[in-house]
Each structure stands twice: as structure tokens, then as C-alpha cells.
Write a protein that binds this ligand. Sequence first.
Ligand SMILES: [Zn+2]
Length: 283
Amino acid sequence: MIGAHPDDNDFRSGGIALKYIQAGHNVRFLSVCEGCGGHHEMSPEKIRERRKGEFKAVSELTGIEYDSMNIPDCEVIADLETRKKMVRYIREYNPDIIFTHRNNDYHADHRNVALLVQDASYLLIVPNFCPEVCALKETPVIMYFYDGFKNPVFQADIVIPTDDVIDKKYEMFDCHVSQVYEWLPFTNGVLDQVPTDPKERLEWLRSPKVPRDGTFLKEEDLKIFIASNNSEYREATSAIKYRDKLIERYGAAGKTTLFAEAFQISEYGKPLTEENIKLLFPF
Ligand SMILES: [Zn+2]
């Protein structure tokens, strides 16, 4: 997973990452930025160190490897030097599948990371480009994280239920203390609502909770999440929006799935076929 910032991969693909780990696969989260930007009180040096500690905590909790390209936050540029860095990086890791941002996004870092992966995708197999690292035989499958941007609208090609890993996914979020309990509430104007007790604040992060009594949720119910800026409704968004996809893939079980993650196929990666869907999404 290639995200711009230290918590992007957790939020957008933490559930599927946990499922890969449970199935015995290797998962690496690459944060292109070092995480020095996201705080309203701490200096870049202090917040960078703190965020390193936070993603180390997630790594210890989950078994997901973490790495960073150590580019300062808000300074990712899709230039030639960074393109080469990305090509070398992906070749060295040699993944079967990459997950990353789409090109249209509110944050320049997200957009530029998407562009870097897109620019790298074909060059991965070109031996004369960055010849110091062996070219790959084929480009990996590339998937885009879900986002709510509308121009163009996200297309849910693969939707994976995350009910079985949702508690652990929240434990991952809970490790990103400086973000989920400080910076993001600050930017959303709700910092004064965050409890100080660790158990209470995790409960706050999940609230309002998604009903477990079989209530059928509709897209208009997501207004709860939009109003509160956190809550379990964030994690339920893809299950609610793409219910038909869940039913198509999982039959009756898809009707009662509460939480899910959705991904769009990038046309610049290796095509996703009936055969490699079974291999890459064995859930
Ligand atoms: Zn981000």
C-alpha cells in the first residue's frame, strides 16, 4: 500500500491489509511523506518523531511492515527524481499488488503520490530506466483506494467485507494518537469533545456506532458520518454504497455485512482477470 501520509494506508486499506496478514502474506505500508505536517501545536521535528512511534506501534500490533520515503508533508512533487525513487522502490519490493490514491483528491500529496505510482507503472518493466535495479517482468496489479470525490466518481470494482477485522482496524487507528485524537479533531473543530481516558476516546472515535440489530442502512444515513467526521459510519460507507457488489460476490452474507473496503482497478497496472482475482482477493 502506497499512501501519502503515515495514516492514509491504515484508513483506506487497513482492513484488507489485516486480512492479507491473517492469510500469511507480507504487507508493507509505504508512507511517502514523513508525517511532519499534521499537527496544530507540535513542531515538524517533534511530530515527525511522534508519528514514527505511532506507525511502529501499528506495525508491532499487526505485523504490517512500515516504511517512509521521508519527504516532508505537503512537499511531494511528481518530478523525475522522485519518479526514479518510486520505480526503484517498487522494483526492490516486487509486490504482487499495489494499492494507492486516485489522481483526483483534495490533497496535493495524495494526487502526486497517485501520479508517481501511475508514472512508475509502465517504467517498472523498462530495463534501461534506472538500470541499477533489475526491471520487473510485469507490472503488478494496481488498485485505487476508495474516496468520495465526484469528478470522476469512484468505481467500486472490488468490495471486501471487513466485519471480521474491524476491531483490530480501530486498534490501528487508536495507535495514531496525534492524528485521530488531536490533529483531525482540531481541523474538524471538535477537539474539545475528545475524552482523555484511552478507552473512552476509542469509544468516541467509533461513535455514533452502526446499529447491530439488522437495521438496513441507506446512503442518506451516511450524513451521520459527514456531520461527526468520525464514527463507524466511515467504515460502513462502502458496505452501504456498494451493497449490490457485496451481494453479487457473497450472496446472502452480503446483505448483512456492516463494514467493507472498496477498491477501483487502475488501468495502468496488470489487468485483473477472473483468475488473478481469486489469487489476489482470496476472501
Ligand atoms: Zn493523507
